[in-house]
Design a protein around this ligand. Structure first.
Ligand SMILES: NC(=O)c1ccc[n+]([C@@H]2O[C@H](COP(=O)([O-])OP(=O)(O)OC[C@H]3O[C@@H](n4cnc5c(N)ncnc54)[C@H](OP(=O)(O)O)[C@@H]3O)[C@@H](O)[C@H]2O)c1
Length: 242
């Protein structure tokens, strides 16, 4: 039987690229999405045509605790096994001083920290049975701080911290690691000007933006590495050392 991964926010962008790479390695996938149903269905239909019942879709709003519980139950039920959890879904927006409020706190903490934490808790039992993997997608900006993004960075820093905690709690049965992307894609709905792009590139020793495949490759590398746990890999073209 094929291995099964749950990828949150897997319908588009980086999550979709991780999905394509794992599917190509004969993994069966649960693609979680919130609002990107058309994109999720397009991927699932294409993959299921080539390999029957290889992709299952689950809609859930990670801001909603009941949805997170249902996501756990439906994930375990699908093929009665879970081998990897990829916590990729994320809400991202700035919260400059003056915009730090309860509502923004909830929105940024839920998808970036709380839901990943509860998903790990809910799926750990199944992952243990198969010596599984947890990969948390964090952010290289944790290291330096991202101006005007205190809540988002706090959430991602929390996610990196619990990566280490769970790597210890769940060893030796489950490996828990993180991938911290640098500048990969413009945030949804935002187009950087040429000037902004140039400014970003000047800070990247490898002199190019990253792409979705750079992140997916790191995820697969960590899954396939039997002796790495509790680590974060910055996939940022060297930006973090600049
Ligand atoms: N893009 C970059 O350059 C970059 C840089 C640093 C870190 N990262 C990290 O890499 C990961 C992927 O990045 P990305 O740019 O591909 O992500 P993204 O497009 O901004 O978000 C991925 C998905 O997260 C889902 N999502 C957001 N909030 C949700 C919620 N409350 N409930 C359920 N789903 C929710 C959305 O699903 P729906 O579309 O279905 O609503 C969205 O498609 C993220 O963890 C991000 O923080 C990315």
């Amino acid at each position: 039987m094929n291995k099964v991964a749950l990828i949150t926010g897997g319908a588009k962008r980086i999550g979709l690229e991780i999905a394509k790479l794992l599917w190509g390695e004969d993994w069966d996938l649960i693609i979680h999405y919130r609002s990107s149903q058309p994109e999720a269905e397009l991927f699932a239909n294409e993959m299921n045509e080539q390999r029957e019942n290889s992709v299952q879709l689950i809609q859930a709003d990670l801001d909603n605790a009941e949805d997170v519980k249902r996501l756990i139950v439906e994930t375990i039920k699908w093929h009665s096994r879970v081998d990897a959890l990829i916590n990729n879904a994320s809400t991202f927006f700035p919260t400059p001083l003056g915009e730090i409020n309860e509502n923004n706190w909830e929105k940024l903490i839920n998808s970036n920290l709380k839901a990943p934490l509860f998903l790990i808790d809910g799926l750990a039992g199944e992952l243990k049975k198969n010596h599984g993997n947890i990969i948390n997608i964090t952010d290289m900006n944790i290291e330096k701080g991202l101006p005007n993004h205190a809540i988002y960075i706090a959430a991602k820093a929390g996610l990196e911290a619990i990566t280490k905690v769970f790597a210890r709690d769940l060893a030796p049965a489950i490996k828990v690691n993180a991938v911290a992307p640098g500048a990969i894609l413009e945030p949804p709905g935002i187009e950087w000007s040429e000037d902004v792009k140039k400014k970003i590139l000047r800070k990247i020793p490898l002199n190019r933006m990253g792409n979705e495949k750079d992140i997916a490759d790191a995820v697969l590398f960590l899954i396939n590495s039997p002796y790495i746990t509790g680590q974060t890999i910055n996939v940022d073209g060297g930006r973090s050392i600049g």
